[in-house]
Design a protein around this ligand. Structure first.
Ligand SMILES: C[S@@+](CC[C@H](N)C(=O)[O-])C[C@H]1O[C@@H](n2cnc3c(N)ncnc32)[C@H](O)[C@@H]1O
Length: 220
């Protein structure tokens, strides 16, 4: 964990830099901006506006600093959507709470603390309608009996975690989703898009967040 340091990004929000991998956890053009664009606007908001769901099972691959989780829960509370959310975050390398505390997100709230101070491998009630399970595993070893409506595919990119973008892992994501389920990712690599299509997804190329031309949304 000594390889990790906190960095401020262009929108004033914070990320972590992993020196060993030479990789940031978020876009340096704006961590929050990127998370809001890729996962909240084009994932969560898109899905809840287009499908009338009462319960949302959401899987995040690469829980990292928990930013996507926090923004997701804040969004559902702010928009007063009467949706039950079961959030599953998977990450083989949970970040130490001391490092998390160095992320100076200025609007940190009670929910932020609950997300981070809760144990891994346990179901945590964040609100009566929202639960969180954090699992310290590789996604390749994760098992789940129900289908997911949304997958946030937010692992490190193909340069760092090449195997995670292989067709067999993407196929695993396909099998995790229910009919009409969606996968969103900041990655717009041609090979990833072609593999998603071959697996059976309908894939949309959407404008990316600042600093990135495109992102992908794949629909089962
Ligand atoms: C880009 S960061 C995630 C940022 C995170 N979503 C956030 O909001 O802070 C990538 C994460 O993927 C995790 N990761 C690496 N290999 C993984 C795997 N096989 N399965 C799941 N997560 C993995 C890393 O440990 C790292 O925390």
């Amino acid at each position: 964990m000594n390889n990790l340091s906190v960095k401020i990004t262009a929108d004033g929000s914070y990320t972590i830099f992993n020196k060993e991998l030479n990789e940031h956890y978020h876009s340096i053009h704006g961590a929050k901006q990127e998370a809001n664009h890729v996962f909240i606007k084009n994932g969560l908001h898109y899905f809840t506006e287009n499908y009338n769901v009462k319960t949302l099972n959401l899987l995040e691959v690469g829980f990292g600093t928990g930013l996507n989780c926090w923004l997701t829960i804040n969004h559902l509370i702010k928009t007063k959507k009467n949706i039950k959310l079961n959030y599953f975050g998977v990450d083989p390398k949970p970040i130490d709470i001391k490092m998390i505390k160095k992320l100076n997100h200025q609007d940190q709230n009670e929910i932020y603390s609950l997300i981070h101070e809760s144990d891994w491998n346990k179901t945590i009630k964040i609100t009566p309608n929202i639960s969180l399970v954090k699992t310290p595993k590789n996604i390749q070893n994760f098992q789940h009996s129900n289908h997911f409506e949304i997958i946030y595919f937010d692992a490190f990119g193909p340069r760092v975690e090449e195997k995670l973008w292989d067709k067999d892992v993407l196929k695993l994501m396909y099998n995790f989703l229910g009919e009409n389920g969606i996968l969103v990712t900041y990655c717009a690599k041609g090979q990833v898009r072609r593999d998603l299509i071959e697996i059976g997804f309908k894939v949309e190329r959407l404008p990316g967040p600042p600093g990135k031309r495109e992102m992908l949304r794949a629909i089962k």
